[in-house]
Design a protein around this ligand. Structure first.
Ligand code: ZN
Length: 162
């Protein structure tokens, strides 16, 4: 079976920058499981995962446009310290997760620390970077009706309940 939109794929990945320096990988961890075609991954990686069979290994170079977007200079927001989980631990340049009003969460980079506020850079840490992904497809199956309805995968076997 070939991977396509509305199939659930399981894959390992190794991410490096344009110069080949490793950034992160799924080595030694569970592979990722994703319902393709629902925007669960950056567009360049979703595209690259389509049309493969289990065991395929392939690589893709993802431009910012097909990845985490261009970096916006000066995209800084001032946030009260109390909205951070562990503000005393934070230092400029560190990444942290900020809970959003809508209930989501986003990764931000600490820019400047004041006495009661922290200025954070809202750019995704990978924004503006050309990324190199080495991918290995370890599973592909049809999505269950429930997964298609929810718009996301429910784990390698499709049995996850939430
Ligand atoms: Zn669900």
């Amino acid at each position: 079976m070939k991977s396509a939109a509305d199939t659930v794929v399981t894959f390992h990945y190794a991410l490096s920058d344009a110069d080949g320096h490793p950034i992160e990988s799924s080595q030694g961890r569970e592979p990722l499981t994703v319902l393709l075609g629902r925007g669960g991954l950056v567009p360049g990686v979703e595209q690259a995962l389509i049309g493969h069979e289990v065991g395929d290994k392939f690589e893709v170079v993802v431009t910012p446009e097909q990845g985490y977007g261009e970096r916006r200079e000066g995209w800084i927001e001032r946030v009260p310290k109390k909205l951070f989980r562990d503000p005393d631990r934070l230092r400029p340049g560190m990444q942290t997760v900020l809970q959003e009003r809508g209930g989501g969460a986003r990764v931000v980079t600490v820019h400047k620390i004041g006495s009661s506020v922290i200025d954070v850079d809202l750019n995704h840490p990978m924004a503006g970077r050309t990324l190199h992904f080495a991918l290995e497809l370890t599973g592909v199956r049809a999505a269950t009706p429930e997964e298609l309805e929810h718009g996301h995968a429910h784990g390698p076997e499709g049995h996850h309940h939430h």
